[in-house]
Write a protein that binds this ligand. Sequence first.
Ligand code: B4P
Length: 193
Amino acid sequence: MRIVLIGPPGAGKGTQCLRLAEELHVTHLSTGEVLRAARAAGEPVGVAAGEFLDVGKLVPDDLVLQLVAERLRDNDHEQGYLFDGFPRTRNQAEALDYLLAERETPLTAAIELVAPTDELLRRLSQRGRSDDTDATIRERLRQYDELTAPMSGYYAERGVLARVDAVGTVDEVFKLVTEAISGLAKKQQAAAG
Ligand code: B4P
């Protein structure tokens, strides 16, 4: 299975992906985590990304795509992938399509987590990561609306999108996400004959 999880900051992508990766036995690739780890390790690409993380901007596509391509190359992808917070731009979505087409492994599902802004603000203010300051959160939400929200239409056009209500307990949201993935996986199997 190849699954994409998108949603605004604080929607719970990371939270849900940890559980999904365990349940589905797929490799979890969080671009946010990869960027933070590359920065902490002092890798040049991570240091360059840090400037953007600190102000709530999306990291430029070329840096993100370089890291994703490296991770895909390094990993055994037999069991599939869970892309957490990737793609975040149309450029990234097209690059992912290309990488998956090269491997003849089409995307199974794109899950969009949906939650109102006041709930996102409440969660992020409690989390307190270094990029969870008021100004940074506002900018991340703005970047999401402008650059990432249109990915919902991109995947809807391709028939692989499910929108999931991300307000509820972690267990409740997890149940909705797994049901949505299994519905889309069945649809893909039926289409493949
Ligand atoms: P990410 O690391 O993806 O983080 P996020 O969007 O802030 O949060 P997420 O939705 O994963 O929330 P979480 O589960 O932690 O991105 C960070 C930054 O990296 C971006 O702003 C960007 O600059 C950069 N970046 C990453 N990928 C990129 C890309 N592809 N291109 C360019 N730039 C990129 O949950 C948040 C909080 O809510 C937690 O405290 C959690 O405990 C709580 N929570 C979760 N589910 C809950 C629930 N059901 N109920 C109550 N609380 C819940």
